[in-house]
Write a new protein. Structure first.
Length: 116
């Protein structure tokens, strides 16, 4: 699949953003989807994951604040981010892994900036 992330922007601490990642190509529903982020000068970090059947998991630092979801009819995965903190500032990437073939894809990234 090819992935196109969007929804990033500048927000004040405590605010919210919703990221979207639209997939093109076939078999979106067969892909487990994830969000990663990379802050300046740091390594890319796992944020959230959703399996093809909707099971989710999160890095501890975002639990209770972020929610990952998917709409298979729209070939889109979302990341709802609430109570944003300056340390959430990063480029956010979506990632797909086909559960059957193992093929993987990365989106191009969308920048989230949280001001204090």
């Amino acid at each position: 699949v090819q992935l196109q992330a969007s929804g990033g922007g500048l927000v004040q601490a405590g605010g919210s953003l919703r990221l979207s990642c639209a997939a093109s190509g076939s078999s979106f529903s067969a892909n487990a989807m994830s969000w990663y982020r990379q802050a300046p000068g740091r390594q890319r970090q796992f944020v959230a994951h959703i399996t093809s059947d909707g099971t989710t998991n999160y890095v501890d630092s975002v639990k209770g604040r972020f929610t990952i979801s998917r709409d298979n009819a729209k070939n889109t995965v979302y990341l709802q981010m609430n109570s944003l903190k300056p340390e959430d500032t990063a480029v956010y990437y979506c990632y797909a892994r086909n559960s059957f073939s193992g093929l993987t894809s990365w989106g191009q990234g969308t920048l989230v900036t949280v001001s204090s």
